[in-house]
Design a protein around this ligand. Structure first.
Ligand code: FDM
Length: 208
């Protein structure tokens, strides 16, 4: 049996990642493809609780410490993720290490330092970047008051994401109708699954 694919959604706040990642998993499951939804940060773990306190501005942490906690939150999920992928389950992940680098680098941290703790994570097979200008995103629901929900920060984050794109990324215009976005992404995901079935490749290691 072919392993599952690791599919990642990235984008600025309120770009529709949660809606679209949920819909993709539902569509894949409906078509008989084993798929599971994950989200980073996973706020349900002990590390995730610390991250949640920081994001909600209840606790303070240095830029370096919070960056490493975000990375540790991915590493604590990695054994299960690899096991799921190896057993044929496709994982659809709402934010991943690219958010880790984009948000920290937007705070003027060294991008090379930011990448280091995530080196060797399971490599995404496809990244869907839901692209929206932060001014358009701001017209959606109001900012929730978390620490990074500021216009200047979001603009810098978007620029950081752009600098990380490679051929595994697809940029999707997030201003389109949600159904249209879903069908574009589903078509791209199905294409990736078909290519993988025809020519399976082992799970790669990120940034190695
Ligand atoms: N975020 C998310 C980071 O700064 N680093 C990371 O590694 C990850 C995964 O946390 F502002 C930021 C991005 C966002 C915040 O994300 C919480 P959600 O998707 O709103 O829960």
């Amino acid at each position: 049996m072919a392993r599952g694919l690791l599919i990642v959604f990235e984008g600025c706040d309120r770009s529709g990642k949660t809606t679209q990642s949920t819909r993709l998993v539902q569509a894949l499951n409906g078509a008989g493809v084993a798929a599971k939804l994950l989200k980073f940060p996973d706020r349900t773990t002990a590390i995730g609780t610390m991250i949640d306190g920081y994001l909600q501005q209840k606790t303070r942490l240095s830029d370096q410490a919070i960056h490493l906690l975000f990375s540790a939150n991915r590493w604590e999920a990695m054994d299960q993720m690899r096991a799921d992928l190896e057993s044929g389950t496709t994982l659809v992940v709402d934010r991943y290490a690219f958010s880790g680098v984009a948000f920290s680098a937007a705070k003027k941290m060294d991008p090379r330092w930011c990448r280091a703790p995530d080196v060797g994570l399971a490599m995404p097979d496809r990244v869907f970047f839901l692209d929206i200008h932060p001014d358009d995103a701001a017209k959606r629901a109001g900012f929730g008051g978390e620490i990074y929900e500021r216009r200047e920060m979001q603009i810098e984050v978007r620029a950081q994401f752009s600098s990380m794109m490679d051929k595994s990324w697809s940029v999707v215009d997030a201003l389109q109708d949600a159904d249209e976005i879903h069908s574009q992404i589903l078509a791209l995901a199905n294409e990736a699954l078909e290519r993988h079935r025809a020519d399976p490749a082992p799970i790669g290691r990120l940034w190695t």
